[in-house]
Design a protein around this ligand. Structure first.
Ligand code: DAH
Length: 380
C-alpha cells in the first residue's frame, strides 16, 4: 500500500473558499450548467449513463496520476519544478484535473465530470493566477465499439458542440487539430464570441494504453478538459482573474444564485501603481523560455538558469493578490562585459481599495531583497 499523501504545503496560499462550489459564484454557475447539460443529454437519449460529478477531490496527487498515467513524457516541460508545485519527489499539486482520469476509470466510472482547483507556476497578468479551476469530462464506450469506429470521435464533437451552445448561445464554432499526450486524435474547440475566436477546451479520443492500464481493456472513450476562469471571464465579462477570489459583496452580490449568466459591472477602478526593477543576471545565466528549450541547452552545458516564473513567485510572496502584472520592459547585453541586464515593470493594484505609497514601497523593498537572496541577481 502506498503511503498517505503529505499535508498540504503553505505555498501557494490555499485560498479559503472554493468558488466552484459556492452558490451563485460564476465558477459554480459554469460548473453546474455543464454538469446539467451532460446529465440531461444522457437522459434525453434514453441511455443509462449517469455522469458522476466530483468537485471535492483533494488537489494533492501523485506524480504517477498527474503525469505518468497520462503518458506524459518524462522530459515534458510541464513536469519541470519551474512549472509545477512539487510537494516532494512523489507528490504534486495537480496541474490539471486530467490527474483523476486513471483513478476514476479504475474505480469503474464510465461517465464522469471532475472539477477542481489546479496549480501552476506561471507568468502574472490579468488572466493568469497560480490557482485556477478546471473540469475534466470522460465518457466510455463498450469494447464492442471497434478501434477504428468513428462513433467515439463523432459523439465527442456533437456532444461538445452542444455544450458550447449551452454556454455561449448560437455561436459560430470551429475544430482545430491539437496535440495532447493522452488523446489521439486530439482537438481544440473554438467559438466566435463578441468578435473574437476563443479557445474553449481541449479534447480527444483517449489513448488506448491509458484505458488498458486502468484495467478497462478494449473499452473506448473520449475526454475533454476546460478552464473555468477562462470561460467565466468571457461569459460574465470579468476583467481580472483575481476577482474570482474576492470576498467583496460588490462582486458576489452581482451574480444570481439561480445561475443566470449576467454581465459584471466593475464597481470601481482603483488606480494602478507601477514600479520598475532593473538588475544584472547572475554571471553566465541563461533566461528560461516558456517552452523550456533554452533550459535544455543550458542544463546540458550545466549553466545557471534564470526562470521568469521564479521572479513571479518572489513578487507573489511579497504582494499576494495586489500584483496585477509583471512585464519585461528591457533586456540588453553589455557590449563589452557581455553581462545581461533586464528590467521588469510590476503593476500593483488592489481590486477593492486604494493603495498607499507606504505599502507599495514596502512590497517593492521586499521584492528587491528577495530577488537578491533567492534569485542571485545584482540590482541596478
Ligand atoms: N489537461 C489538459 C490541460 O490542462 C486539458 C485537456 C486536453 C484535457 C485534452 C483532456 C483532453 O481530457 O482530452 O491543458
Amino acid at each position: 500500500p502506498s503511503p498517505p499523501p503529505p499535508a498540504p504545503p503553505a505555498a501557494p496560499a490555499a485560498p479559503a473558499a472554493a468558488g466552484h462550489t459556492q452558490p451563485g459564484h460564476p465558477l459554480n454557475t459554469i460548473r453546474q450548467r455543464i454538469e446539467q447539460y451532460w446529465k440531461y443529454r444522457g437522459f434525453e437519449r434514453g441511455c443509462d449513463v449517469d455522469f458522476f460529478c466530483a468537485s471535492e477531490l483533494p488537489p494533492i496527487v501523485s506524480v504517477q496520476h498527474n503525469f505518468d498515467d497520462l503518458l506524459i513524457p518524462k522530459d515534458h516541460v510541464s513536469r519541470r519544478p519551474s512549472d509545477t508545485y512539487y510537494i516532494n519527489d512523489e507528490y504534486v499539486l495537480r496541474t490539471h484535473t486530467s490527474a483523476h482520469q486513471s483513478t476514476l476509470l479504475r474505480e469503474g466510472h464510465s461517465a464522469f465530470l471532475a472539477t477542481g482547483d489546479v496549480y501552476r507556476r506561471d507568468e502574472i497578468d490579468r488572466s493568469h493566477y497560480p490557482v485556477f479551476h478546471q473540469m475534466e469530462g470522460v465518457l466510455m464506450f463498450g469494447a464492442e465499439v471497434g478501434a477504428d469506429d468513428p462513433i467515439v470521435e463523432e459523439d465527442l464533437k456533437i456532444g461538445l458542440e452542444g455544450m458550447a451552445r449551452e454556454l455561449f448561445g448560437d455561436v459560430e464554432m470551429r475544430w482545430v487539430d491539437a496535440y495532447f499526450p493522452f488523446t489521439d486524435p486530439s482537438f481544440e474547440l473554438e467559438v466566435f464570441y463578441e468578435g473574437d475566436w476563443l479557445e474553449v477546451l481541449g479534447c480527444g479520443v483517449i489513448q488506448q494504453d491509458i484505458i488498458r492500464q486502468a484495467g478497462r481493456g478494449e473499452e473506448r472513450g473520449w475526454a475533454f478538459g476546460l478552464g473555468l476562469e477562462r470561460l467565466a471571464m468571457v461569459l460574465f465579462g470579468i476583467p481580472d482573474i483575481r476577482l474570482f477570489w474576492s470576498k467583496d459583496p460588490r462582486f458576489l452580490s452581482q451574480f444570481p444564485v439561480s445561475g443566470e449568466i449576467v454581465k459584471f459591472e466593475p464597481y470601481s477602478k482603483y488606480p494602478p501603481c507601477y514600479k520598475d526593477v532593473s538588475f544584472w543576471l547572475p554571471e553566465g545565466a541563461v533566461v528560461a523560455s516558456s517552452d523550456g528549450e533554452v533550459v535544455d541547452e543550458a542544463e546540458a552545458s550545466s549553466g545557471v538558469v534564470f526562470h521568469p516564473n521564479d521572479l513571479c513567485e518572489v513578487v507573489r510572496d511579497a504582494a499576494q493578490d495586489i500584483v496585477e502584472q509583471i512585464e519585461l520592459i528591457d533586456d540588453f547585453t553589455h557590449p563589452k562585459t557581455q553581462r545581461r541586464s533586464q528590467c521588469y515593470r510590476i503593476t500593483f493594484r488592489h481590486m477593492d481599495r486604494n493603495l498607499t505609497n507606504a505599502e507599495v514601497d514596502e512590497m517593492q523593498l521586499q521584492v528587491r531583497r528577495s530577488m537578491v537572496a533567492r534569485l542571485g541577481v545584482e540590482l541596478r
